[in-house]
Design a protein around this ligand. Structure first.
Ligand code: ZN
Length: 521
């Protein structure tokens, strides 16, 4: 046996199960440990590196048939009874928390001088091994939210190193790999696990850290159910030791935390959920009479703030006026659509047909430098406490090119689940509707005029198009989001179509656009 780096069993009786239930029998484990195909995973031991984790020098790892077997040479017990006693103490806190892969299994392996504790777990891809920065960042967000939740609900601390968390398949659930648990998380530990990511990613631009900060604030706020002490966390984030050259990144990362700290001082959470109504609207497409009609109807309905999902311009005859009207809206979150992006950058190639391109070219002749810049500065995503807003589809890394529709809504609902977001607003299809999912597995498209958001675990909501509806109803579309009732109502409002048609003719814009507005298709 001493020839092996990873100790192997002699007879089948040298392997014993700890729990009666498990994926593998003792015989199967015996076979796996003896398999000629097994690979001793030496490089993860005693190494601290970017692409793998670090393990104690006495740790032994074996990869075989999709499983990873692990034991610690130093943790040897005289008898199975003493081993079981020690194991129960160590794993009891974490078993309650269910952060491990459900297939994880414990066994005992007999060596010449006693028994080792052996764990078997399906091989996972750790967050450190994720191939893009975007995925690593969302992995960090998920692990930090998990760590905070577990600490708050169970008083158990996890080792928040990205090498200790992994997933079985792409965007699947995240599992804790380590066997150890610790006392509940302190603010300093949480701050350390956040700031320590900066030196690992020297290639990430400063603006990337700010964006991650936004996502993180939203995720931590959800995980703590609004009960996080933002003041202390902010102070700890600022004082975690970091070399000077990473200070700009830290400052950017801290901006959203500073905002959260100020907001938490201003009002307790219960008071913030007042009778607030948001007007959610999209795809104005330079149709001023339609935009005015929607804003008026929203004001009449008591809208307090605005969420605009992109495509201010393109197709319609009033690009300047619509930009001006949107820019002056108070309490508004505004997004960039694909038309806005194309007109701002002059790149008409991606996702634009002949008509769209023709209109984009005309639009860019109508706008001055500052208006073009205004379009270019629009965000591609906004995230709140439990929602996200994009122009196109949340799954799309660029957020404004892909569509949510019959063929893609399931994938996008999966994306929301993987990111622990219950609600997503999107536009781009010009069709007023919602796709909803519940935990019991039901998923469906719905056009009912009112949605009780509490009935669903996930919802993708399109308020329809203000300036160019394509769902057979020519009236301008929008939605009202009632925060206290947690409901959403779809709205339609008639507007002076003739005025828009006249303006289209005056500017010599294509006839097809007039027919479209008439028919709402
Ligand atoms: Zn559009």
């Amino acid at each position: 046996m001493s020839d092996w780096w990873f100790p192997r069993p002699g007879r089948p009786e040298d392997v014993r199960l700890v729990d009666r239930e498990g994926h593998l029998t003792a015989t199967e484990i015996h076979r796996l440990l003896k398999s000629p195909a097994s690979i001793e995973w030496t490089e993860r031991v005693g190494v601290v590196g970017k692409t793998d984790g670090s393990a104690k020098a006495s740790t032994r790892l074996l990869r075989v048939e999709g499983w990873v077997a692990k034991l610690d040479l130093e943790r040897r017990f005289d008898s199975p009874e003493t081993l079981l006693e020690a194991l129960e103490q160590a794993r009891a806190p974490l078993l309650r928390v269910s952060v491990w892969s459900p297939e994880k299994q414990w066994a005992m392996l007999r060596g010449a001088e006693g028994w080792w504790l052996l764990t078997l777990c399906p091989e996972l891809t750790t967050i450190r091994q994720f191939t893009t920065l975007e995925r690593r960042m969302s992995g960090w967000t998920a692990l930090l939210a998990m760590g905070l939740r577990v600490s708050r609900e169970f008083g158990v601390g996890l080792d928040l190193n990205p090498a200790n968390f992994g997933e079985r398949q792409l965007e699947g659930p995240l599992f804790y790999i380590d066997d150890e648990s610790y006392p509940a998380l302190t603010a300093a530990e949480l701050a350390g696990a956040i700031v320590a990511r900066i030196p690992e990613e020297p290639g990430c631009p400063v603006v990337g850290w700010r964006q991650w900060g936004e996502h993180l604030v939203a995720a931590l706020s959800r995980a703590s159910e609004g009960r996080l002490d933002w003041g202390t966390l902010y102070d700890e984030l600022g004082s975690y030791p970091l070399t000077q050259r990473f200070e700009a990144a830290r400052r950017a990362l801290l901006e959203p935390f500073a905002a959260a700290r100020i907001a938490s001082k201003r009002a307790p959470r219960s008071e913030r959920r007042t009778a607030r109504r948001t007007c959610v609207f999209a795809d104005v497409h330079a149709n001023l009479p339609a935009l005015e009609a929607v804003l008026e109807a929203a004001a009449d309905a008591g809208a307090h703030d605005y969420l605009f999902l992109g495509d201010a311009v393109g197709y319609g005859p009033h690009p300047r006026q619509c930009i001006e009207r949107l820019a002056e809206l108070p309490r508004a979150l505004l997004l960039r659509g694909n038309h806005d992006h194309a007109i701002a950058t002059g790149h008409y190639g991606v996702g634009m047909n002949r008509l769209a391109r023709l209109c984009a070219e005309w639009t860019s002749t109508q706008l001055d430098e500052s208006e073009t810049q205004w379009l270019a500065n629009l965000a591609i995503e906004h995230q709140g406490e439990d929602w996200v807003a994009v122009h196109g589809a949340p799954r799309d890394p660029r957020r404004f090119l892909a569509y949510v529709y019959e063929l893609t809504y399931e994938d996008n609902l999966d994306w929301l689940r993987a990111h622990a977001l219950p609600l997503c607003f999107y536009g781009h299809t010009h069709v007023q509707c919602a796709y909803v999912g519940s935990d019991t597995g039901g998923r469906a498209a719905t056009k009912q005029p009112r949605l009780e958001l509490t009935r669903y675990t996930r919802a993708l909501v399109n308020p329809g198009s203000v300036g160019q509806p394509r769902d057979g109803d020519a009236r301008a579309a929008f939605a009202l989001w009632d925060h206290r009732e947690r409901s959403l109502s779809f709205q339609r409002v008639g507007y002076d179509v003739e005025a828009t048609l006249r303006a289209l003719r005056v500017h010599g814009l294509p006839e097809e656009l007039q027919q479209r507005l008439h028919a709402g298709t």
